[in-house]
Structures are given as structure tokens and as C-alpha cells.
Design a protein around this ligand. Structure first.
Ligand code: FES
Length: 273
């Protein structure tokens, strides 16, 4: 039952990698799909897109940032211990085809979600330019894996500690102005996906984003994960998690995600006592 077989602390111990024993999910999962995990019987159900799968070993890999009580509880689980529940694979897989030149933009733990998609796009014969961003170089994850999954790699840091001193959007803008790009995949914090989508919309470059709203059942029944896309309500767990970035109401999504901030803070404070 969802035993942790390998664990790593990445990026100053704030981002955690867990490789989990899950033979059936590892055989069925495709890039872009997610699982829902629960640390214990009363724990919150947390959706996480798989960073990797190994059908031969029968494992899946997830990477998450510790941001509240539930992820702090996940961080406490050691190798050999088990998640109480693991459900998946969920969501629609990424549509992968040979298009020509594609750009994959990743920020924060979004890079973990981006990696299998970039690899699949490269394996399908596309020329992949990767643009990765983080606040500081110490917080950048999966640089080598993304180098292998791309033809050109750019790193951007807010503090200038590595690569371009500035945002991923600066390099994205230069790239789509210089080259004929068939697709941009942008996965990361909501403001990053929003501004990447605004830039590509101006140029008419097709853009795909992966959304991670609050979820409960993950099967399209509770309505918790609803997002507005092109003025229509969509459920990220079954209609997504990937959507056309030019159609997503990012401001509405950010507002919904912030709904429980006070309760989350109280819960984290109580957990730390
Ligand atoms: Fe319940 Fe998507 S999580 S409908």
C-alpha cells in the first residue's frame, strides 16, 4: 500500500521527492496525469501530478513543496512508511505529437510536472527549448533531467544567482519573437502561467498550462476543482489538468485558491505546537 521506497530533500529541504511503490499506477500512468494522496485517515486529499513513473520497478515519483499542514505531514513520512491512500492515475494525459519547435516553461515545483511532458515532446521528435525559473538558484530543481529532456536550456533566477537575472517571461518573449514556435507549455505558479499566456496570446502561439486547484474526489463529482475556461466551468480533475492558457481565468483561480488561507495558517500553527 503506497510505501515510500526512496526519499530526497531537494532545494534547501523545502521541496521533497518521494518514490512510491505503486505498480498498477506506474503501468497505466501517462505524462500529465496526477494522483491524490492522503497521509492519514483524517488527512487532506492532496493532488500531485506525477514527476516520473518506472513501470519496471513498479514505482511513481512525486515532488512537492512543503507549504502547509498536509505537506508538512507528508514530509514526516520516512522511507518504509506508507501513505494512507493513493488514488490514480487521474486526469487527462498530455496530448503529445510532433509539432516542430516547442518551448517548455517551468517555475518552482511546476518543473517536476513539466519534466515528463518535455521528455515526451522531445521523444516525439520536437525541438524542445526549456526555460526554467526560480527565486534563487538553490531552489531550482531537476536541472540535469530537464537538460536531458531539451535541446536548449535557459535558467532564470529572480536574484541573478544563475543564468538570466529576471523572469522566465523575458526569455519566452525573446524566443517567440526570434523563432517559429508551434507550442508553449507553461507550468508553475499562477502568475507565471498567466503572464506567459498573455505574452503568447499577443503572438498567437498556442499555449498549454497545467492547473492544480483544490480537489476533493478527483473524479468530477464534488465540483471543488472548478475553473473558468473560455467562460465555461470546467473541472480540472476530469477536463484537465491541462487547459488552453489563453482561455483560463487565472484571477478567478487565484481567488479560489486563496479562500482557505486563514484556516490553513491556523491548522499549520496548531500542527507546529
Ligand atoms: Fe471534485 Fe474535481 S475534485 S470535481
Amino acid at each position: 500500500m503506497a510505501k515510500i521506497v526512496h526519499r530526497e530533500e531537494l532545494a534547501q529541504g523545502t521541496i521533497i521527492l518521494n518514490e512510491i511503490d505503486a505498480p498498477r499506477i506506474s503501468r497505466k500512468a501517462k505524462p500529465g496525469q496526477f494522483v491524490i494522496l492522503q497521509a492519514d485517515e483524517t488527512g487532506e486529499r492532496i493532488p500531485l501530478t506525477m514527476a516520473d513513473t518506472d513501470p519496471e520497478k513498479g514505482t511513481i515519483t512525486i515532488i512537492y513543496m512543503v507549504v502547509g499542514k498536509s505537506t508538512a505531514r507528508f514530509k514526516d513520512l520516512k522511507v518504509g512508511e506508507e501513505y494512507y491512500a493513493l488514488i490514480g492515475p487521474l486526469g487527462a494525459p498530455t496530448h503529445v505529437e510532433k509539432l516542430g519547435k516547442v518551448v517548455c516553461v517551468g517555475g518552482g515545483t511546476g518543473i517536476a510536472v513539466l519534466h515528463p511532458i518535455a521528455r515526451a515532446l522531445k521523444n516525439a521528435g520536437n525541438e524542445v527549448t526549456a526555460i526554467l525559473g526560480s527565486r534563487t538558484y538553490d531552489l531550482l530543481i531537476l536541472e540535469e533531467k530537464m537538460r536531458e529532456a531539451s535541446d536548449t536550456l535557459h535558467i532564470c533566477t529572480d536574484d541573478g544567482s544563475m543564468g538570466h537575472h529576471g523572469f522566465v517571461t523575458d526569455i519566452l518573449k525573446e524566443t517567440i519573437e526570434k523563432e517559429d514556435i508551434a507550442l508553449v507549455v507553461a507550468i508553475g505558479p499562477i502568475p507565471m502561467m498567466k503572464f506567459c499566456s498573455l505574452i503568447t496570446k499577443e503572438k498567437g502561439v498556442k499555449t498549454m498550462v497545467s492547473l492544480n486547484p483544490i480537489m476533493v474526489d478527483g473524479t468530477g463529482m464534488c465540483g471543488c476543482c472548478r475553473v473558468s475556461v473560455g467562460g465555461k466551468t470546467k473541472f480540472a480533475c476530469v477536463d484537465g489538468p491541462e487547459f488552453d492558457g489563453h482561455q483560463v481565468d487565472f484571477d478567478g483561480l487565484a481567488k479560489r485558491l486563496a479562500s482557505y488561507i486563514d484556516v490553513e495558517k491556523q491548522s499549520m500553527d496548531a500542527y507546529n505546537k
